[in-house]
Design a binder for this molecule. Structure first.
Ligand SMILES: [Mg+2]
Length: 287
């Protein structure tokens, strides 16, 4: 297989978008170099935004987690698929009755936005699949009846991830498994996935910033979501090798779907000449 070299940026960019799971932290630990890298960007007044495909937490829960890990972050600097799904529905299907296959944070956000919800298949216009650890046969039957029997509802999803990475190489089945279950029994095809790599996520994350996406770097650990988002939004990208995707995955991808940069640790986003100025070394294991 083709040998893919590591490549780090030689300049600082105007803004940075970061994935969270597998990029900034894994489980309850910041990944090596994450804190000093974010602190250095902030010290230079370079905007930093976080975006996650995970709809099982509200943005407030991400803010709490980042604070607990030593990276206090303002709520507007965090975008995830709870907010993206609500915004998508408000913009395109404000009057639809939805059936969310979802955990409480998305249900609460739909309720707060005034979106009608029902588990009566005869009334459902849109079935929302998400990363739902309470998924069961009852929910599958309601989705099936709304889509296949009543021929009324269509399917949308929060995110395309197959699994959510955990420490120690473990993981949990994610939204793709639930989409697949519904598609398998109904024969339908999911009409819209609002999370990464949908470029909507970039629009939402950069809202309020006067920056050219071509001067922003999207940083993440997954080729199919984080890096593909950068490709679709015409942004440079950096892939960290601390989460899901590997150098072999990059080698297997078409050249125009590969990351601009590939990093062994996330603080390599800061160019080498700045490391020298700061006296940083790579053998430091602290965050
Ligand atoms: Mg990730």
């Amino acid at each position: 297989m083709e040998n893919i070299p590591l490549a780090r940026p030689t300049e600082l960019y105007d803004a940075y978008l970061f994935d969270l799971d597998g990029t900034i932290y894994l489980g309850e630990e910041l990944l090596p170099g994450a804190r000093r890298m974010i602190e250095e960007l902030r010290r230079r007044d370079i905007p930093v935004r976080f975006l996650s495909n995970n709809p099982t937490k509200a943005p407030t829960q991400y803010a709490e987690k980042l604070e607990r890990l030593g990276l206090p972050t303002a709520l507007p600097d965090i975008a995830n698929t709870v907010a993206t799904m609500v915004n998508f529905l408000l913009a395109n299907h404000r009057d639809a009755v939805v059936f969310p296959i979802a955990e409480q944070p998305l249900i609460d956000a739909l309720e707060a936005a005034g979106i009608a919800m029902s588990d009566d298949p005869a009334r459902i216009d849109i079935v929302i699949a998400s990363y739902d650890r309470g998924f069961d046969y009852r929910k599958l039957q309601i989705a099936f009846d709304a889509i296949w029997f009543h021929k009324r509802a269509f399917l949308v999803a929060t995110n395309p991830d197959r699994y959510c990475p955990f420490p120690g190489g473990r993981g949990e089945p994610d939204c793709a498994a639930i989409v697949a279950a519904i598609e398998a029994c109904t024969g339908t095809t999911c009409r819209q996935i609002v999370g990464k790599p949908d470029p909507n996520m970039v629009t939402q994350a950069l809202a309020g910033l006067d920056v050219d996406p071509a001067r922003c770097v999207m940083v993440g650990d997954r080729l199919g979501t984080d890096i593909e988002l950068a490709v679709r939004a015409s942004m440079p990208s950096a892939m960290t090798l601390t989460g899901d995707s590997t150098l072999d995955d990059v080698a297997a991808a078409p050249v125009d779907h590969r990351p601009t940069y590939i990093l062994e640790r996330i603080d390599q986003l800061i160019p080498a000449h700045v490391w020298d100025e700061l006296g940083w070394t790579a053998d430091e294991t602290h965050a």
